[in-house]
Design a protein around this ligand. Structure first.
Ligand code: KIV
Length: 292
């Protein structure tokens, strides 16, 4: 059987990851510079010290301490039950892990369900907890109603990553883990929300489970807010995956957009490097296999 383009790149020689000691600390200007130069940004979730250090060593620029921790580590049915205390514990663990190895990655902490919905003041209080635990940036889900909150946080010196498309905290309202932005109307709303979030000061935008053409269009339209795709095709400025998914560990059904990077890798370290390499050389995601 002929290898797919993705397999070809993974079977090829992997570049050795530059050691943390020789890399610059990842910062917002560095991420903006990468985007301006057309270099893809790599992001992975991590929830503990050891995996965070391993991802950093592999060259992953951004570590997302996602509220997916609820499903991956706590065995919850969705991310809805994750608390701010839980997020804080995991952000602290990741931060300590990176410090131990003099890691350089940018740490993003997810604001969990119910901790930024009440008011922008509540969002600020929750964001402060995550920033004091070690996060460099907070992520929150949704468009429209979140714009004012993003502006409020950014004005107070808290970098924000927005999240549109499939927003797992609202899975019950969305009727399941479904592709978003399929109709002309919903695609237009997504575009509007993305623009408004950039204008409000969001520095990164996760686009989850949206058609590849739509996410590529939004990526081009946004001038200073790089998009990070997950199940959104290869036209985004960067990619993110849930760590356990890309290592082939999943308690339920593996989403179509995931590739198991342990295939053809003899260690977790090699799988993490293969991910970085595949994102950088645009062989992952393959729109024919991992996108809509
Ligand atoms: O919580 C998480 O892991 C996320 C990613 C799926 C983007 O939000």
């Amino acid at each position: 059987m002929n290898p797919t383009p993705l397999q070809n790149s993974l079977y090829g020689a992997l570049p050795s990851a530059s050691s943390s000691a020789t890399r610059r600390h990842v910062s917002l200007p560095l991420l903006m510079d990468m985007h301006a130069r057309g270099e893809k940004i790599t992001m992975l979730t991590a929830y503990d010290a050891t995996f965070a250090a391993a991802a950093d060593k592999a060259g992953v620029e951004c570590i997302l301490v996602g509220d997916s921790v609820g499903m991956v580590c706590q065995g919850l049915p969705s991310t809805v039950g994750v608390s701010l205390d839980t997020m804080c514990y995991h952000v602290e663990s990741v931060t300590r892990g990176l410090r131990r190895v003099q890691g350089t990655a940018w740490i993003i902490g997810d604001l969990p369900f119910g901790t930024y919905h009440e008011s922008k003041e509540q969002a600020l209080r929750s964001a402060v907890v995550l920033m004091q635990a070690g996060a460099h940036m907070v992520k929150l889900e949704g468009g429209g109603w979140t714009t004012e909150t993003v502006h409020f946080l950014v004005q107070r010196g808290i970098p924000v990553c927005a999240h549109l498309g499939l927003t797992p905290q609202t899975v019950h309202a969305l009727g399941g883990y479904r592709v978003q932005g399929i109709t002309t109307e919903s695609a237009a709303t997504l575009r509007q929300h993305a623009q408004a979030l950039q204008d409000a000061g969001a520095s990164l935008l996760v686009l989850e489970m949206v058609p590849a053409a739509l996410s590529a269009g939004i990526t081009t339209e946004l001038t200073h807010c790089p998009t990070i795709g997950i199940g959104a095709g290869h036209g985004t400025a960067g990619q993110v995956l849930v760590l356990h998914d890309m290592l082939g560990l999943n308690l339920g059904k593996t989403p179509k957009f995931v590739h198991n990077f342990m295939d053809n890798s003899s260690s977790i370290a090699q799988a993490l490097q293969a991910y970085v390499y595949a994102v950088k050389n645009c062989s992952f995601p393959d729109n024919a296999l991992h996108a809509w």
